[in-house]
Design a protein around this ligand. Structure first.
Ligand code: APR
Length: 311
């Protein structure tokens, strides 16, 4: 069987780590794409990564390019094209600058690799993935946004550290938009099946929820740019679920068609990812308080989508 082809649109910080992980996990051959003025940079990064495969013994090619023709036949596209946050900026502040970029990328992708499973990472995530789907006109099974896996990873880490327990046994779920009013679902957070509320005092939990919500901003403040290792790991988990037909239930930004009471909106919900792409949206029971938080988060996403629609 031919190796799968992974197109990474944006060869910056996340793009580079995506390429590194895609090769390390042997997901397929990688095309690291960027704009023409960054083509040499993309080629250099690709060469560096390929040289690492010689040490690690991974059979995969990594090619840098600014030519969309090189993306033809891609099985998976992961989109990080755009500008990351700087300290003091919210994700929503990026809408004006990243909207034309996502439109450009979606138009080209529609032309050159219409059958790919697409994972959007560019921010503001829920609005960018909405616009991407609108431009390409693909079914929702083929266009998904990466946010919930990342947000949940932050929640999981903070809980595991607080409890002094292995990260392997802590399971968390964060839904809603990829913004500061995302919705960590305490009802479904467990340590090996034990509800987190039995193990962690409320004041500690509240502080961890608050830290999770601003987890991206905490890193921007420290580094002067946004996170890239964990976002890349999250998107690679989603790509792997698709390529290996894993049927994983992962919190992803999915185009809602009435689920949870929302429609014509991308927002984080539990979704089953397998060979069919987004194969199912799983509707879990929410408490009244969680429903209220989700409504607040949906309203924030809608506000940015309205800006996109008006532009
Ligand atoms: N086509 C392809 N690549 C593009 C385009 C375009 N039209 N426009 C910009 N890019 C490239 C940039 O040249 C840059 O190399 O996208 C890359 C983005 O890389 P970084 O600046 O390092 O940003 P990164 O940290 O990878 O984040 C990218 O993901 O999480 C989000 O908020 C983050 O929106 C940001 C995106």
């Amino acid at each position: 069987m031919a190796r799968k082809k992974i197109g990474l649109i944006g060869a910056g910080n996340i793009g580079g780590e995506l390429a590194n992980l895609a090769v390390a996990k042997q997901l397929g051959d990688v095309v690291l794409f960027d704009i023409p003025s960054k083509e040499a940079f993309a080629k250099g990064k690709a060469l560096d990564l390929e040289q690492a495969t010689a040490v690690n013994g991974a059979d995969a090619s990594v090619v840098g390019s600014s030519n969309w023709a090189d993306l033809a036949g891609a099985d998976v596209l992961i989109i990080t094209a755009g500008i990351p946050r700087k300290p003091g900026q919210s994700r929503d502040d990026l809408v004006g600058i990243n909207l034309p970029i996502i439109r450009d990328v979606a138009g080209k992708a529609k032309q050159h690799c219409p059958d790919a499973f697409v994972i959007v990472i560019s921010n503001p995530l829920d609005a960018m993935v909405y616009e991407y789907k609108r431009v390409v006109g693909a079914p929702r099974s083929k266009v998904v946004g990466m946010a919930g896996v990342l947000d949940s990873s932050r929640f999981t880490l903070f809980l595991a550290r607080e409890l002094g327990l292995s990260i392997k046994d802590v399971r968390t779920m964060v839904l809603g938009g990829h913004g500061d009013d995302m919705v960590p679902l305490l009802t479904y957070c467990t340590v090996d099946g034990v509800p987190i509320t039995q193990l962690c005092p409320k004041d500690k939990l509240d502080a961890i929820v608050a830290r999770t919500r601003t987890g991206g901003g905490e890193i921007v403040k420290l580094m002067g740019t946004s996170a890239y290792y964990a976002p890349a790991a999250a998107a690679i988990a989603m790509a792997g679920a698709y390529l290996h037909d894993e049927k994983r239930m992962l919190p992803c930004a999915v185009y809602l068609e009435g689920e949870y009471g929302y429609r014509d909106l991308y927002m984080g919900v539990p979704a089953v990812i397998g060979a069919g792409g987004v194969e199912e949206v799983v509707e879990v029971e929410l408490t009244d308080a969680e429903q209220e938080m989700l409504a607040k988060s949906a309203a924030s996403v809608q506000k940015v989508v309205d800006i996109v629609k008006a532009s």
